[in-house]
Design a binder for this molecule. Structure first.
Ligand code: ADP
Length: 191
């Protein structure tokens, strides 16, 4: 299996690049942010609970996203691999993901970390807030809070994969196709 963790701060382009990766390599996309927003639209109990955190720019509790991912891994047992987008965001989530994949005998192949300058992230998110209905992109304080949490809580996940020798940094500045070409080179050399 080809299992990819696509990592990076809010606004790094994980969603955009995930779409291109799943199309080219025929992988299943698992994006916890998308799953949570779907739960919010459905007004399910998970959605109602998650919205409180998302609106403040905080992470939702680990168990919540771990349960969502566990269910999706069970739903898709015959795919050539997964792209994990926005997950894991804490070291607890990273360890749990390894445990779940261990059962499937299909470990993470590579972790791709998109690297984008702080000012560029803010500019992209403010711009996304103008053209999308994502409420967490409409308020610059919420945007800054998400990037702060990324730096404090999510960055250690990078070390987790560095220790395993799976971390690969990708320059996330430039055109969508330039970045995608960089990603493909790394994926093709990791397979
Ligand atoms: P972005 O990368 O722009 O923040 P996402 O769609 O990945 O967008 O996430 C939106 C929000 O959903 C996050 O700010 C957080 O509140 C919540 N979320 C998504 N994934 C996770 C996760 N793995 N752990 C905790 N919270 C998450």
């Amino acid at each position: 299996m080809l299992n990819i963790v696509l990592f990076g701060p809010p606004g790094a382009g994980k969603g955009t690049q995930s779409q291109k990766i799943i199309e080219k390599y025929k992988l299943q996309h698992l994006a916890t942010g998308d799953m949570l927003r779907a739960a919010i639209r459905e007004k399910s109990p998970i959605g109602i609970e998650a919205q409180k955190y998302i609106d403040k720019g905080q992470l939702v509790p680990d168990e919540m996203v771990i349960d969502l991912i566990a269910a999706e891994l069970d739903n898709h047992y015959e795919v050539p691999g997964f792209v994990f987008d926005g997950f894991p965001r804490t070291t607890v989530q990273a360890r749990k993901l390894d445990e779940m994949l261990e059962v499937k005998k299909a470990p993470i192949t590579v972790m791709l970390a998109l690297e984008v300058d702080y000012d560029e992230l803010i500019a992209r998110l403010v711009n996304r807030g103008k053209i999308s209905d994502r409420t967490d992109d409409q308020d610059e304080n919420v945007i800054r809070s998400r990037i702060d949490i990324y730096n404090k809580t999510t960055l250690p996940v990078m070390d987790y994969y560095k220790t395993q020798g799976k971390y690969r940094g990708i320059n996330g500045m430039g055109s969508i196709d330039e970045i995608f070409n960089r990603i493909c080179k790394v994926i093709d050399s990791s397979k």
